[in-house]
Design a protein around this ligand. Structure first.
Ligand code: ATP
Length: 216
């Protein structure tokens, strides 16, 4: 089973990293791939360039063999769309291997605005990770999609290559990249929210308004 977990990772933080490890355990896979997006179609400009975000991710993942970076969206010219990524992966994996895309409930709530969203369940399973915040509107298209494709266990994902939706409720750390960027811009330390190696590099590069000579 091939599991991908996408995001802007601007910057990568312990909330992302913990979730990725929880996914390895709960989905019983040896590896989870983190897929940083190039130009997020649903967001404005990011705080760091694609190569800087990638550099920070590489530092964060050092020494953790279960997590790796799939940088295909950064290499693609222009906007990166999940459907394109999944189509490419499906070609690489062949028609039978289960492919799983992980999203938070916040992202899944807007799923029907994603480009070619109707194709996505044909290409992959979806694991929806419950995040704090408003529940899905039961009348919404994503909620209906979930109801019609819902499975209750990981084994069901293993049995077919695509098309199921599993909700997971792992413990999550209350950390957001927005909060980290705001802290740094205000001259406060993001220490213990992100790996020290990542914070060190952010300071060295002066990202998000960090002052290279400021406090650690
Ligand atoms: P931002 O604050 O800039 O929106 P973010 O911290 O939410 O960023 P993203 O890169 O947008 O991070 O998120 C990538 C994926 O990680 C999304 O599916 C999101 O739901 C999930 N995610 C973000 N923060 C956490 C967290 N603390 N715990 C678990 N999952 C998270």
């Amino acid at each position: 089973m091939h599991v991908i977990y996408g995001g802007t990772f601007d910057p990568i933080h312990h909330g992302h990293l913990r979730l990725a490890i929880e996914l390895c355990d709960r989905l019983e896979v040896e590896r989870v791939s983190l897929v940083p997006c190039h130009i997020p179609p649903h967001r404005g400009d990011t705080g760091a360039s694609a190569s800087q975000r990638l550099q920070l991710m590489e530092l964060a993942l050092q020494g953790e063999p279960r997590l790796y970076i799939d940088d295909r969206e950064l290499l693609r010219a222009g906007a990166s769309y999940t459907a394109d990524t999944l189509r490419q992966l499906r070609e690489e994996l062949g028609p039978d291997q289960p492919l799983v895309m992980v999203v938070g409930t916040d992202a899944f709530a807007g799923f029907d605005r994603w480009r070619e969203w109707e194709r996505i369940p044909e290409l992959a399973h979806i694991v929806v990770v419950r995040r704090p915040g408003p529940a899905l509107d039961p009348e919404s298209t994503p909620a209906r999609l979930l109801a019609s494709r819902r499975v209750e266990d990981v084994e069901s994902l293993r049995g077919t290559p695509a098309g199921c939706i599993l909700e997971l409720d792992p413990p999550l750390l209350d950390i957001s990249a927005t909060g980290i960027r705001e802290r740094i811009a205000a001259g406060r330390s993001p220490r213990y929210l992100i790996p020290d190696s990542v914070w060190e590099e952010i300071r060295r590069l002066g990202l998000y308004g960090a002052c290279p000579d400021g406090n650690f």
